[in-house]
Design a protein around this ligand. Sequence first.
Ligand code: GAR
Length: 190
Amino acid sequence: MKKIAILISGNGTNMTALLNASKRGELDADVAIVISDKPGAPGLVNARRMGCETLVAPYASGLSREENERAIVEAIVERDVDWIVLAGFMRILSSSFVSKFRGRIVNVHPSMLPAFPGARAIKDAFEAGADYAGVTIHIVDEFVDHGPIIAQEEVAILPGDTEETLESRVHAVEHRLYPKALQELINEDI
Ligand code: GAR
């Protein structure tokens, strides 16, 4: 069975969706470790409750990206992980991290990339008066929220939507699309 590491920074609702899909047998992967750069990430509590090994790898100011990533790289290499799955991990990865695991890092982003990259994609789409937000699952390259697209789905912005109602529909699509797209990658990974 393929091994995955899930990287989070916050609530970890996508992580939970992946763990649930794995438990239900819809995602043929073993979650070897959940890693957070934020000690207080609410998702860590849920990961532990669901029986996952967790690692907190806090970033220190004044250190380079590579230095801050060292503990993460070690944990991934030690466990011989096949796929690195970013699930709301709000750090830019160093180019040496990306090249070390090239083609093996996957990300979920709440927009129809290349539209609205960055940390506030839903807010940006809402405030721009766009017709739709969306969800993109992609392989990670050296650029932010960029790389070959695996799956994409539009989420219409409806009259009467608030940022919150839009966000909850985007999350619902993420939770359905991410496990499915990851399973497709695993199916092709022989
Ligand atoms: C998700 O909406 C994800 O797409 C987004 O962070 C949220 C994390 O939620 N990621 C990005 O914006 C990456 N640029 P979660 O912690 O509840 O899964």
